[in-house]
Design a binder for this molecule. Structure first.
Ligand SMILES: NC(=O)c1ccc[n+]([C@@H]2O[C@H](COP(=O)([O-])OP(=O)(O)OC[C@H]3O[C@@H](n4cnc5c(N)ncnc54)[C@H](O)[C@@H]3O)[C@@H](O)[C@H]2O)c1
Ligand SMILES: CC(C)[C@H](C(=O)O)[C@@H](O)C(=O)O
Ligand SMILES: [Mg+2]
Length: 357
């Protein structure tokens, strides 16, 4: 039986994960596939209970699972802890330990949400792009140091990549583009960073193996602007860790809310991790205001990528679309015409729509 480790985490994490787990259980009911689903501590709640944001029991369970579903970690309660003891460290630890070097963040606009966006309809209608973010290298994992000098504190975060790390993510970018509209935009800062200049060289080398893919290089600042100017120019974007983090939050707003964007982190081992791209949203936690759709859509990605359950995955996506088409919205997406629902009600509506299909 496939094993799924569920890590609700902090803030809105438990609320959104509860709805996503109900969706998984509905898949079990409908399709007859069975999963072994167990919950573990991660992040701030894990610090509170065990003193460690990523307890050994959680890491071992994840390593032994087929897939991990994570809510979100972090919050003001733990903000003053030193970097290596913070809840976010658990997320980085999981990505590193599970060797999840690629993070897929699909950005698709729904017609029924066009009016929820602050962008013009003609700009966002039909957007269908994928950000592939490198996830286990770059400035997140480079050497860090802090020292006292005559000018006060001197602090360093270094950005390191090996050619091999760049090549494997770039190759995935080309492979993915081949299965889509055969367009790849590699995003870097080659006008300033050494790492980006090597990144570009590797992209050029790998491109020789994919002559059918239309390749372009784009500087990250321009990409940030192009994403809101004319997002339909993009098919697959491949980029390094921190650029991918920032650009995907920006791209989320093409859909109307960060609460809509799922992600899949896939690596060299069998276990993959699925999580919404947003955080623990402490400002709305515990109030039933969180949009659970990013997490529910992350379950759809899990079914597709980890379990090859393509039909079941589509069933979830179609149910989400149906609920949105019927005008139901959590508050983040609400307009004057919307039927505003809570986190739990949104989960229940998706489940009902799945059962009706
Ligand atoms: N993957 C993760 O666990 C993850 C990701 C990002 C941030 N974080 C952590 O989360 C904490 C808060 O960070 P932040 O405020 O910068 O980012 P955030 O993504 O948590 O929230 C940003 C804004 O978006 C809103 N929002 C986010 N998710 C939503 C949802 N599902 N439905 C409705 N509204 C939603 C929030 O209310 C907030 O106004 C920090 O501790 C940060 O480190 C964790
Ligand atoms: C919480 C933080 C470490 C994380 C990241 O920067 O990768 C988050 O912003 C994300 O996008 O998953
Ligand atoms: Mg982020």
């Amino acid at each position: 039986m496939p094993k799924i480790a569920v890590l609700p985490g902090d803030g809105i994490g438990p609320e959104i994960v509860a709805e996503a787990v109900k969706v998984l259980k509905t898949i079990e009911e409908i399709s007859g596939v069975h999963f072994e689903i167990d919950e573990y501590l991660v992040g701030g709640v894990a610090i509170d209970e065990t003193g460690n944001p990523l307890p050994a029991e959680t890491l071992e369970a994840c390593l032994e699972s087929d897939a991990v579903l994570l809510g979100a970690v972090g919050g003001p309660k733990w903000d003053d802890l030193p970097g290596n003891l913070r809840p976010e460290k658990a997320l980085l630890g999981l990505r590193k330990e599970l060797q999840l070097f690629s993070n897929l963040r699909p950005v698709k606009t729904y017609d029924s949400l066009i009016s929820a966006s602050t962008l013009k309809p003609e700009v966002i209608q039909g957007v269908d792009l994928l950000v592939i973010r490198e996830l286990t290298g770059g400035i997140y994992f480079g050497e860090k140091s802090t020292e006292i000098t005559e000018n006060g504190i001197k602090v360093t975060d270094s950005l390191t990549y090996t050619e091999k790390e760049i090549e494997r993510i770039v190759r995935l970018g080309f492979e993915t583009a081949m299965k889509r509209r055969k367009k790849l935009t590699s995003v870097d800062k080659a006008n300033v960073l050494e790492s980006s200049r090597v990144w570009r060289k590797v992209v050029e080398k790998v491109a020789a193996d994919y002559p059918e893919v239309e390749l372009s290089h784009m500087l990250v600042d321009n990409c940030a602007m192009q994403l809101v100017r004319y997002p339909k120019q993009f098919d697959v974007i491949v980029t390094e860790n921190m650029f991918g983090d920032i650009l995907s939050d920006e791209a989320a707003m093409l859909t109307g809310s960060i609460g809509m964007l799922p992600s899949a982190s896939i690596g060299t081992e069998k276990v993959a991790m699925y999580e919404p791209i947003h955080g623990s949203a402490p400002d709305i936690a515990g109030q039933g205001l969180a949009n659970p759709l990013a997490t529910i859509l992350s379950v759809a990605m899990m079914l597709k990528y980890s379990f090859n359950l393509n039909q079941e995955s589509e069933q979830i996506e179609q149910a989400v679309q149906k609920v949105l088409d019927a005008g139901y919205r959590t508050k983040d997406l609400a307009t004057t015409e919307s039927k505003i629902v809570s986190t739990k009600e949104m989960g229940e509506l998706v489940i009902q729509a799945m059962k009706d299909e």
